[in-house]
Design a protein around this ligand. Structure first.
Ligand code: ARG
Length: 544
């Protein structure tokens, strides 16, 4: 299914030989779209642009879509869709249960997102990953793909040596801790490690015990994970994201696979021994990847190689997305390059790092707590909920995270984010709620709520209808480009077109036929807004 502008473009391209690059008309008197294709062709052909334009509009087969096209100014082609065509397209959006989203189907997409670390509370970086990953999962599922979420939590590594030692030293029962308590323990252990050489030695020995499967050590390690998971689950529930325990695939799950990763790396000739460490050199990187350290230990990179092999070989991924901050760009590019070299990542499997920028405070610096610590997710959500009811506060936070280009840092300005005017989540919720109210009143008055859009005489309703027909194409674009802000921009534009429509086109007060058609247009807009917000992971309440 192609959208109306796509159809129009194709018809003009058939006679022009090049993409007409249709633009939305700047004024209603110019119709709906404009093209400067004749001006571009005229140069090459050495003919006057208006003459070329005239020839194109005569040759192009457009009568079933447009009013007769006009040639304007120096040779622009102005196109006005036929209102019956536009009305039929809007009706299709209304009657289609997916409201124009076209399933592409078939692919398995693994999305690695959230990834908090054990014995530490989630911070804003994890918040961004969780929100963006949730949105991409929703979008790709709605496009018919099989999405496999992988929550790559940091549940293994040297830090567990000091944590376990500190617990034993203090005689703590980990089961009594909550996640903030575990994080305080982390801080005490870290301070201790820095101050006391013999504690550092004990921590190192403890790491070896953990790696060799010592029961007592493993038990405490598992308890730390349980405490942390309870905290993470609470955050996920609070955020309303789709992550579950089934999506957990932490670093430790790859432990047993590491020796065979090394075997594969050696067999493929990708890895070499350098200064007693096992490393892989890949072109274009100023440092090799260290797979196994001199002391025999494996790090973050080795685990990610095991993970990527698993995702391709066992999860059958066609596409793998890593929603992680841009400070890890080097790491992921290197993982992808090494994985290709080692044969873990075949050419036809796409691996993409969906990097995102930092969240900044009002001072333009990385958002921190008053005492300079990293900002906790809970602190931030508490602050949002001081300003608005929960669904609205969440919409504010999520929309702010998704509505900018992901790689850009953005300023966390809660007071602006919770406003119901401007480019905010609550503004979109409000547009939706207002439509629900109009439609409820229509039902209460006993007016028929039309099942089809039949009349579109006013430019404001034409603009609205035209935008509605673009929804599916926008969702497809987000699935391809992994840029949720395109959907945000679209929904914001749609809400803007809706408020112009309210100003210029009475709904309940217009006469019967017009009212019925406008109510159908309202219903379609409500459905597209609700579906679009759902894809962003934002609730759409019926009243606000
Ligand atoms: N735990 C990591 C962090 O907090 C994020 C994990 C990202 N995923 C991965 N496969 N490396 O930075």
């Amino acid at each position: 299914m192609s959208s109306l502008p796509q159809l129009l473009s194709a018809r003009i391209e058939a006679v022009a030989g090049v993409d007409p690059e249709l633009r939305a008309a700047t004024k209603p008197q110019f119709g709906h779209f404009q093209s400067n294709v004749a001006l571009r062709l005229a140069k090459a052909e050495g003919r006057p642009p208006r003459e070329v334009a005239q020839r194109l509009v005569e040759q192009a087969d457009l009568a079933d879509l447009c009013e007769p096209p006009e040639v304007a100014g120096p040779g622009f082609i102005n196109l006005r869709l036929r209102t019956d065509v536009l009305a039929a397209a809007a009706t299709e959006v209304l009657s289609d249960p997916r409201h124009g989203v076209v399933p592409e189907g078939g692919s398995t997409v693994v999305i690695d997102y959230s990834g908090p670390n054990v014995a530490k509370q989630m911070h804003v970086g994890h918040l961004r990953s969780t929100i963006i990953g949730d949105c991409l999962a929703r979008v790709l599922r709605s496009l018919g793909h099989t999405v496999v979420a992988q929550n790559h939590i940091g549940d293994w590594g040297r830090q567990f040596g000091m944590l376990v030692e500190q617990i034993l030293l203090e005689g703590l029962d980990v089961a009594d801790l909550d996640l903030p308590g575990a994080e305080e323990l982390y801080r005490r252990a870290n301070d201790h490690l820095k101050a006391d050489g013999s504690f550092a030695d004990a921590a190192r020995r403890r790491v070896v015990l953990l790696q060799s499967g010592d029961e007592e050590t493993l038990t405490i390690w598992r308890q730390l994970i349980d405490v942390s998971l309870a905290g993470f689950r609470e955050s996920y529930a609070r955020l309303g994201v789709l992550l579950t325990d089934e999506d957990l695939a932490g670093e430790s799950t790859y432990n047993d696979a590491l020796p065979s990763v090394v075997e594969d790396l050696e067999a493929s000739g990708a890895a070499v021994v350098d200064d007693d460490a096992l490393v892989v050199f890949v072109e274009g990187f100023n440092a090799p990847m260290i797979v196994r350290k001199r002391d025999g230990g494996f790090g973050y990179s080795a685990t990610d190689l095991a993970a990527i092999r698993h995702r391709v070989r066992d999860l059958h991924a066609d596409r793998i997305l890593y929603v992680v901050g841009t400070e890890q760009t080097f790491h992921f590019n290197q993982v992808f390059a090494v994985a290709r070299k080692a044969g873990f990542l075949p050419e036809d499997v796409r691996a993409e790092h969906v990097g995102y920028g930092m969240v900044l405070g009002a001072d333009g610096k990385r958002l921190r707590t008053r005492d300079g610590g990293t900002m906790k997710l809970t602190t931030l959500l508490d602050a949002a909920e001081e300003r608005a009811a929960r669904p609205i506060a969440l919409a504010a936070v999520k929309y702010a995270d998704l509505s900018n280009s992901l790689v850009k840092d953005y300023v966390f300005d809660l007071d602006r984010m919770v406003q119901t005017t401007g480019d905010t989540g609550p503004y979109l919720q409000y547009a939706h709620a207002r439509l629900c109210q109009v439609l409820a009143r229509a039902v209460a008055e006993g007016y028929p709520v039309g099942e089809s859009v039949t009349l579109l005489a006013e430019p404001a309703e034409q603009t609205l209808a035209l935008l509605l027909t673009r929804f599916g194409e926008v969702v497809t674009e987000v699935g391809e480009t992994l840029q949720p802000h395109r959907l945000c921009t679209y929904l914001y534009e749609l809400s803007g077109a809706l408020s112009t429509f309210y100003e210029q086109c009475p709904v309940l007060k217009s006469e019967a036929d017009v009212r019925t058609s406008r109510l159908a247009l309202c219903t379609a807009t409500r459905d597209v807004l609700a579906t679009g917000l759902d894809l962003l992971g934002i609730e759409a309440p019926e009243r606000m």
